[in-house]
Design a binder for this molecule. Structure first.
Ligand code: GRF
Length: 212
């Protein structure tokens, strides 16, 4: 299998996924897609010799040899030209185009640093804001979620979750760090199941991992 990983930031989830793919051989990193050509995740890809596609197109032309997808149709064409079978959103902050959701139905996963479905998801809920909202709510448990992606932010069917305790005196920073360490375990575990075709769906449209 070949995967596309979408990033907008440092790319620690991308690195964790790449490490797992190299160790467990369940897929190869075919392409990295980013909305920010200068982000750490894109640089990691270039250093690893992995093609980078910029989407949405940058406002000012980027001075790199990255490909640029001008719209959703071109994005799907770019992924198909790189033989991509599955799409993993790893800290990608833009909404993905409907053409991508349609072309890769039940083959797109996202990692979210909170327990969905909850008030800690949806548009604008990303990064420290999520953890600040968790602290604000007085919740004693937080965590991370891997879910399938549809047209809305953070709304698709949940495939995997990991709860993480909120400790006395935790700051949003502390939570973010503790949760991120578990994201790096949960996402590769779910991605491997998807790439190895070990995700089954029941007739209510609920997925679960088998034979791992
Ligand atoms: C992670 O916390 C992820 O859950 C969220 O954005 C962050 C990405 O971090 N979607 P990184 O770029 O993978 O380090």
């Amino acid at each position: 299998a070949r995967v596309a990983v979408f990033v907008s930031g440092g790319g620690s989830n991308l690195r964790a996924l790449e490490e797992a793919m190299q160790a467990k051989k369940f897929a190869k990193l075919g392409v990295v897609v980013t909305n920010k050509a200068t982000c750490g995740g894109a640089q990691f890809a270039r250093d690893a010799g992995v093609p980078v596609v910029v989407y949405p197109p940058p406002k000012t032309a980027v001075e790199t040899d990255d490909e640029v997808a001008e719209d959703g149709v071109q994005l799907v064409e770019a992924l198909q030209s790189h033989g991509v079978n599955y799409v993993l959103l790893a800290g990608y902050l833009k909404l993905i185009p409907e053409q991508l959701v349609a072309a890769y139905t039940r083959r797109i996963l996202n990692i979210h640093p909170a327990l969905l479905p909850s008030p800690f998801g949806g548009k604008g809920m990303y990064g420290q804001r999520v953890h600040a909202a968790v602290l604000e709510s007085g919740a004693k448990v937080c965590g991370c979620t891997v879910h399938f992606v549809d047209e809305e932010y953070d709304r698709g069917a949940i495939l995997g979750q990991r709860t993480v305790d909120v400790l006395q005196g935790d700051t949003a920073e502390d939570l973010a760090k503790r949760v991120l360490a578990y994201e790096h375990k949960l996402f590769p575990w779910c991605a491997q199941a998807l790439c190895e075709d070990r995700v089954q769906w029941d007739d209510q449209g609920v997925p679960w991992i088998v034979d791992d």
